[in-house]
Design a protein around this ligand. Structure first.
Ligand SMILES: [Zn+2]
Length: 352
């Protein structure tokens, strides 16, 4: 089967993209939380391969190379700058290996990835040039390793997102660009969320939208505006936590669930967010609502698990390999309706 382009796929229906590898690989025990450097591609390549395979099995159409935070500045912070290129190439090669061995008939798309640098300074041209250089070297490695598309994500400065898009577009590959504004609901350089997305479309982004930082509740209102104003394909990939109008992002999300042992850090982010996790049904509901609005590029970011990616895929009408193992309460020993289940067990259901 011919491998269709990203646009061909999006024109026809939903395209699913798993993100959020940082949290998931940390939970699997292969990354230090807080520091968050994706050394896994070098230290435990089989763990990264398994992660991609699990998301592929759950329905992700895109295999995004895990190079988030794998940029020159972060490698300097941990004193391992010499591993920058090997880390990037290893992550890209692992993603490619998975993408070209799909579980269905059609190959997945392998995506190179750049993201927020955390050194961008709106008042310092030097920092901006430094960031542009970091983007260009990573994009270069992605092209070398056969990326089908490029994803620039989690930008909270509008100008940094524009710079990422410019660098991605130089390659001629399709570009996905998503922003992640903080709790003030505006980009840190003062541009509104909607205006940033309009500008990204004007500058040639093939897919424009939002990812990370916000849960379904506090991302959806902006996605609605964006979908209404933009003509290009739109992306929505929230985190999987119950953010609120008072706390629109996961950075300052309080634990209001009767927590008896608070996080040792000043916030529940990033190690004590678990009680604020959305259920699969909330994630499915988000995906369906977004898709009904005409948002075809869907996924979840931090907090993503294969189970939630399957939920996104199924909510928009897809059947994926992991659908085989969708919940089947029919055969539950107490809540099931299977006629073999004894009456005295069924009857106890409300007291259990
Ligand atoms: Zn995220």
């Amino acid at each position: 089967m011919k491998k269709r382009s990203l646009k061909e796929r999006l024109d026809k229906g939903p395209v699913i993209c798993a993100e959020g590898f940082l949290f998931e690989i940390e939970k699997r025990g292969y990354m230090s939380s807080g520091e968050f450097v994706p050394m896994v591609s070098l230290d435990n390549p089989e763990a990264l391969l398994n992660l991609h395979r699990d998301f592929q099995h759950a329905g992700s159409d895109i295999v995004q190379a895990f190079t988030y935070n794998g940029h020159r500045e972060k490698m300097r912070v941990i004193g391992k700058e010499e591993l920058l290129e090997p880390l990037n190439r290893a992550a890209l090669q692992i993603a490619k290996d998975v993408a070209i061995s799909p579980m269905g008939e059609e190959e997945n798309l392998m995506a190179g990835n750049i993201s927020n640098s955390n050194i961008w300074n709106q008042n310092d041209k030097k920092s901006q040039l430094e960031v542009e250089k970091m983007f260009r070297e990573m994009v270069g490695w992605a092209v070398d390793e056969g990326a089908d598309i490029l994803i620039g994500e989690t930008f909270y400065y509008a100008e940094e997102a524009y710079t990422a898009l410019k660098v991605m577009k130089e390659t001629g590959l399709p570009s996905v660009i998503t922003i992640a504004p903080y709790g003030e609901n505006i980009m840190r350089d003062g541009v509104s969320i909607l205006d940033t997305c309009k500008e990204l479309e004007q500058r040639g982004g093939d897919v424009v939208g939002m990812n990370c930082h916000r849960g379904p509740n506090t991302m959806m209102p902006y996605l609605k505006e964006i979908r209404k104003e933009l003509k290009c394909h739109v992306a929505g990939l929230p985190i999987t936590y119950r953010t609120t109008d008072d706390h629109p992002t996961f950075f300052n999300l309080p634990d209001n669930n009767g927590c008896s042992c608070p996080s040792p850090h000043e916030t529940t982010f990033p190690t004590a967010l678990d009680p604020m996790q959305c259920s699969r049904y909330e994630i499915g509901q988000f995906a369906k609502e977004a898709y009904d609005l005409g948002i075809n590029y869907l996924g979840v970011c931090c907090g993503a698990t294969p189970m939630l990616i399957r939920e996104v895929a199924e909510a928009v009408g897809l059947k994926v390999p992991a659908s085989k193992y969708r919940e089947n309460m029919e055969n539950h020993y107490m809540y099931g309706k299977n006629k073999r289940i004894p009456k005295h067990i069924k009857d106890y259901r409300n007291k259990a």
